[in-house]
Design a protein around this ligand. Structure first.
Ligand SMILES: C[S@@+](CC[C@H](N)C(=O)[O-])C[C@H]1O[C@@H](n2cnc3c(N)ncnc32)[C@H](O)[C@@H]1O
Ligand code: SF4
Length: 304
């Protein structure tokens, strides 16, 4: 959320426009029999939502795999409460170990040390294995690939290098800023020998690699250079109740209107099933000059 776009004067949504925890949990409950096995809380920054622990508790009661992706700023403070509420694991975004590079990537005003503290706190309470998400932008943090790999090797945490994507319009994306996953593997393998691992489950977005000496694993997510639309199973529910069937969607389906209009469970289930079965998204396979001008939803609305 670059400050020049989302500055102090940005008109953020009034609280009344957000889905209530009850609304979110109801939708999650209806999604489950349609095949949803895993729920990830993301954002925006999920730990900024007041009483997020309560939402975690409500979703944990549904007995789905429950995880959360965070920038780590509030994690040290909240890890214990999240664990107690039933959260299983966290992914933490950390694009560099150097404060200047870290700040250049994400425009935030907290130091790397704060994120590392959060990761340690999450590990202490057992929100493990922790995934460390690194988006790689060639001119900004490509030099951080090896330091990050070295730092987390042997820690039990899994660093995942993600190709920089053209989500939304405000991130200044250019193809030559993408560092292909294959190149990331080559860079790490040249210093710390790697070998490929099987996927954990069909549709897993990361390709897994392990250090040959047994000191852990890394993942690479090749969302630009090797699209995985054919096995994509993710639905994204935004905080205002819009359901998006693709990370690069230009519009969503308004579930809040149905919830607030008194739709019963059968109606909602029919709608969810209809939206998902009509879905034909394959943006990453189609990415080209022709898709360049599409008015895509920003990452901060859709969650990654
Ligand atoms: C949008 S963030 C939301 C959750 C939380 N605020 C955080 O920082 O992790 C979710 C994930 O998307 C990643 N991400 C953001 N912009 C991206 C881009 N242009 N390409 C690839 N991944 C991106 C982030 O690094 C993060 O790991
Ligand atoms: S581009 Fe859309 S359909 Fe393809 S993998 Fe990404 S979210 Fe799924």
């Amino acid at each position: 959320m670059p400050k020049e776009v989302f500055g102090r004067d940005h008109p953020f949504l009034p609280h009344g426009d957000l889905l209530s925890f009850e609304g979110i949990t109801r939708l999650a409950r209806l999604f489950k029999p349609l095949g949803v096995e895993k729920i990830r809380l993301t954002g925006g920054e999920p730990l900024l939502r007041k009483n997020i622990e309560r939402l975690v508790e409500m979703l944990a009661a549904l007995e789905v795999e429950l995880t959360l992706t965070t920038n780590g700023a509030l994690l040290a403070r909240k890890a214990r409460a999240l664990k107690d509420a039933g959260l299983k694991r966290v992914s933490v975004s950390l694009d560099a170990l150097d404060d200047a590079v870290f700040g250049a990537m994400n425009d935030v005003d907290f130091p790397v040390a704060k994120v590392l503290e959060g990761i340690e706190a999450a590990a202490r309470v057992g929100l493990t294995p922790i995934k460390i998400n690194v988006v790689v932008q060639r001119s900004v943090n490509a030099g951080s690939i090896l330091p990050l790999a070295r730092h987390f090797r042997g820690s039990g945490h899994i660093v995942r290098f993600i190709e920089f994507m053209d989500v939304g319009h405000t991130n200044g994306w250019r193809l030559d800023e993408v560092v292909p996953a294959e190149e990331v593997v080559r860079i790490i393998d040249s210093e710390m020998a790697l070998e490929p691992l099987e996927r954990n489950y069909p549709g897993e977005v990361a390709q897994r690699w392990r250090y040959r000496d047994g000191s852990g694993e890394i993942g690479v997510i090749s969302s630009v250079t090797r699209a995985f639309c054919a096995t994509c199973t993710r639905a994204r529910l935004a905080t205002d109740g819009k359901l998006y069937t693709c990370l690069f969607a230009t519009g969503g389906h308004d579930l809040r209107a149905l919830l607030r209009g008194g739709a019963d469970d059968d109606t909602l289930t029919r709608v969810l099933r209809g939206i998902w079965s009509r879905r034909a998204d394959r943006y990453s396979e189609l990415r080209s000059e022709a898709t360049r001008g599409l008015q895509k939803i920003e990452m901060s609305y859709i969650g990654g």
